[in-house]
Design a binder for this molecule. Structure first.
Ligand SMILES: [Zn+2]
Length: 265
């Protein structure tokens, strides 16, 4: 930057070029004021919204229950920042469809109809404000099929462009093989999710006093297949590293931004 343009920047007479720091808050609807959101919409800068969907469910002995919601929201936020100011993130749907985990304490589950009604109402609210394009970005396995089956219909009903994807669609078999020793992603509270959490929010991992082998006989998991799978995942979680998490997050963020670029055109 030349001395001249630096002086102009200091006086506020030119826009800074490229790679300018954006406060991450600015892409989050729920952290914005109505003034900020209205001006983004009316100025035509805001072209698409992401509605993240996650879960509040057991994540084995060591991961916080909000894991899926926190993960998908992070991917959504980072993707929106790459496309700033064209994309913002709506308040995440933080409880998903999780009946399969109800024999583990703490899981909250919505019925499919309830979940879909919440997603629809959020999208309808956005459409009412003038949003024309919505990506429903999912971060929980139980939500996948209902979203895939219903979001196209939602788009037609609302007369807007809508797509639904889970962020892990970014992970081709080659990527999974390259980064995951277990050969699995997303899995459940295993190598992938634990790596993601180590990279993004280590404060949501709690290994202290966790002894899976000791607690296993007392968990009373009804489905024997599910019990075996859980045990595998508990072991695979030990393979997690921060570096793998960072790599996988990067891939998901870029992939999501690419989907949005495609929608915005
Ligand atoms: Zn999860």
């Amino acid at each position: 930057m030349t001395g001249g343009s630096l002086a102009a920047l200091a006086s506020g007479s030119v826009e800074p070029a490229g790679n300018t720091y954006v406060n991450p808050r600015k892409v989050l609807l729920w952290e914005s004021t109505r003034k900020e959101f209205r001006e983004a919409l009316e100025g035509g800068k805001l072209k698409a919204m992401i509605v993240p969907t996650g879960s509040t469910e057991q994540h084995n002995e060591h991961l916080a229950m909000i894991n899926d919601t926190a993960s998908v929201t992070l991917v959504a936020q980072q993707a929106a920042l790459l496309l700033y100011p064209q994309v913002m993130v709506a308040t995440p749907v933080s409880i998903g469809i999780s009946p399969h985990w109800m024999d583990r304490k703490g899981t909250l589950s919505l019925k499919k109809e309830t979940f879909l009604a919440v997603v629809y109402d959020i999208c309808e609210s956005l459409q009412t404000h003038g949003v024309q394009k919505i990506l429903v970005l999912n971060g929980h396995g139980g939500n996948v099929q209902p979203l895939r089956q219903n979001v196209p219909e939602f788009g037609k009903k609302l007369g807007i462009q809508m797509e639904a994807h889970s962020y892990w669609e970014a992970y081709t078999p080659e990527i999974v093989k390259r980064y995951m020793v277990s050969g699995k992603a997303p899995g459940h509270a295993a190598e992938f999710e634990t790596s993601f959490a180590m990279a993004a929010f280590p404060e949501r991992i709690h290994w202290e006093d966790v002894d899976y082998e000791k607690i296993k006989p007392h968990l009373h998991i009804k489905d024997p297949k599910s019990a075996i799978q859980e045990e595998e995942f508990a072991k695979e979680a030990k393979l997690a590293t921060t570096a793998k998490g960072e790599a996988m997050i990067n891939i998901a963020v870029k992939w999501t931004a690419e989907r949005l670029r495609g929608m915005i055109g």
